[in-house]
Design a protein. Structure first.
Length: 43
């Protein structure tokens, strides 16, 4: 019933992986916004 306690290192590692995933997602969104902005500028 109790969750297994994770070590501090495991928590840091998981947090780092989540942040890297978020960073990649943000970069994708930024690229999409830049593309739209360029298209709007051209018209």
């Amino acid at each position: 019933m109790f969750k297994q306690k994770k070590s501090f290192e495991e928590l840091v590692k998981e947090n780092k992986q989540a942040l890297l995933k978020d960073k990649k997602a943000m970069e994708k969104i930024e690229k999409r916004i830049e593309k739209r902005h360029k298209v709007i500028k051209l018209t």
